[in-house]
Design a protein around this ligand. Structure first.
Ligand code: DLL
Length: 436
């Protein structure tokens, strides 16, 4: 089934014309409403009239996460505050989140694109969908929620936390679809037995999984253990949230809603656009967004684009799995974590030496993050007695990290000199999860 055949199956020529028209309009819009872009374009001697077709996109400047940080909180917002009806935020490297404001039209486009995703997964008005992404500033919960409502299926806003309660809802309400991170889906699968539920007791048949990288092995395991079809859902807050791309029944790449989010692949070193099929950094331009439109936003996600026809009938380009990131961000239980955030917390504590490492593992399909940090010599000798045991310091650091990262982290304080020193680049992050 296809939600919007007109847009999802448009002829390529027609779509390019539509994209070109929209690109001109959005460049004109940011030129007149976002001083940051006006200055950038003026410095490059570009006016909106220079942008006529979608091929002209290569003339435009890139936008980076750093630009968003430098213009915190609302510097890149194009619409007046009175037009903004929703605000979300995603984590940043410095503790400043990225704030994204949406107009009523943006929320409408988001729900439309999300309904396209859900329909491609085979979801209809007859389905009951549990949304177990976090609700709140994270775009996962509310983003999928509005899509389910737009489609006309029933939404159960389960949110995160409380697996026992969730499994009970799945069973008692006869829930047919689940939207959550793939690792949480596996955790649910593993927990069924603990709560005395068999997969045959559930009516689950489909899942919409994303917000973190996952592999085909994970897909097979989720499908097998929950008895469902598991589909990929990709997106990022800066561009919109979940809905940027989605798998169809072919399950071999994710169709990009490119009438709204124009994709490019570039070499992250030379910044030159790469041809279809090459692996590089994904870049998106929002073609219709009013709240915070972005030109050529560098996602840091590594993937590839595929323009071969798809058997499902959609003509939208497909992107491959996310193969990694060109920066050092790690995603732990769906939450974006930058090592620099951890570092700034550690270095703000007089007891901690600047030697640390972050170890990430997947235990029982749940991500675990351990921060190991050396204590300074002077504290090691005098600072710890029966009144201030190491566990007190570990708890203090863990609390500080939780308030910055929004996830619980285990902290291990180490003796001075006990962490390995490297001659070359120090590897601060050891990711033991097998993701590829
Ligand atoms: O994670 C939006 C989302 C919510 C997508 C729910 C899908 C489902 P952010 O918190 O801004 O937004 O994180 C965006 O997460 O740049 C990728 O690195 C990663 N990511 C998102 N979806 C996938 C996926 C949401 N399907 C960052 N596969 C992105 C791999 C993903 N990585």
């Amino acid at each position: 089934m296809i939600w919007n055949e007109n847009k999802e199956c448009m002829s390529l020529d027609e779509r390019r014309v539509l994209q070109g028209r929209r690109l001109h309009k959005i460049v004109d819009y940011v030129y007149h409403n976002v001083p940051f872009y006006r200055t950038k374009l003026q410095n490059m001697d570009i006016t909106p009239d220079d942008i006529r077709t979608i091929d002209d996109i290569v003339k435009l400047p890139y936008t980076t996460k750093q630009d968003l940080r430098d213009n915190y909180p609302l510097g890149l917002q194009a619409a007046p505050q009175s037009e903004i009806i929703r605000v979300h935020a995603s984590s940043g490297t410095t503790g400043n989140p990225t704030i994204v404001g949406y107009t009523r039209k943006d929320i409408g486009v988001w729900s439309e694109c999300m309904a396209r995703c859900l329909t491609a997964y085979g979801i209809t008005r007859e389905d009951i969908i549990s949304v177990a992404y976090g609700y709140g500033l994270f775009t996962g919960g509310l983003g999928v929620h509005y899509g389910v409502e737009n489609l006309g299926a029933s939404v159960v806003p389960a949110s995160t936390g409380g697996t026992e309660k969730h499994i009970r809802l799945l069973k008692d309400l006869g829930i047919t679809g689940i939207a959550c991170t793939p690792s949480y889906a596996l955790h649910v699968a593993e927990s069924l037995e603990k709560y005395g539920v068999r997969k045959e007791d559930l009516k689950l048949r489909v899942g919409a999984f994303g917000a973190e990288p996952w592999t085909d092995n994970m897909r097979h395991e989720i499908e097998e253990r929950l008895g469902i079809k598991a589909y990929n859902l990709y997106g990022l807050s800066e561009i919109m949230g979940p809905c940027v791309s989605y798998e169809c029944e072919e399950q071999n790449g994710s169709h990009i809603n490119e009438d709204h989010y124009f994709p490019e692949i570039i070499d992250p070193e030379t910044l030159k656009p790469l041809p279809y099929g090459s692996v590089g950094e994904l870049v998106f331009t929002t073609l219709t967004k009013e709240g915070m439109p972005l030109l050529r936003y560098r996602t840091r996600d590594l993937s590839s684009l595929n323009n071969e026809p798809c058997a499902c009938g959609r003509t939208l380009l497909k992107m491959g799995k996310i193969l990694g990131r060109s920066d050092d961000m790690i995603i732990v239980r769906g939450i974006n974590v930058f090592p620099s955030q951890v570092e700034s917390v550690l270095l703000s504590m007089p007891e901690c030496a600047p030697y640390y490492r972050i170890v990430v593992d997947r235990v029982g399909n749940v991500d675990k993050m351990i921060v190991e940090v050396e204590v300074r010599q002077e504290y090691f000798q005098t600072g710890f007695d029966t009144l201030t045991p190491i566990t007190t310091l570990e708890k203090k650091i863990a609390d500080a990290l939780k308030s910055i990262l929004s996830i619980s982290v285990k902290v291990q304080v180490k003796a001075p000199g006990s962490l390995e020193r490297c001659e070359g680049k120090t590897k601060f992050v050891i990711d033991n999860r097998k993701l590829v």
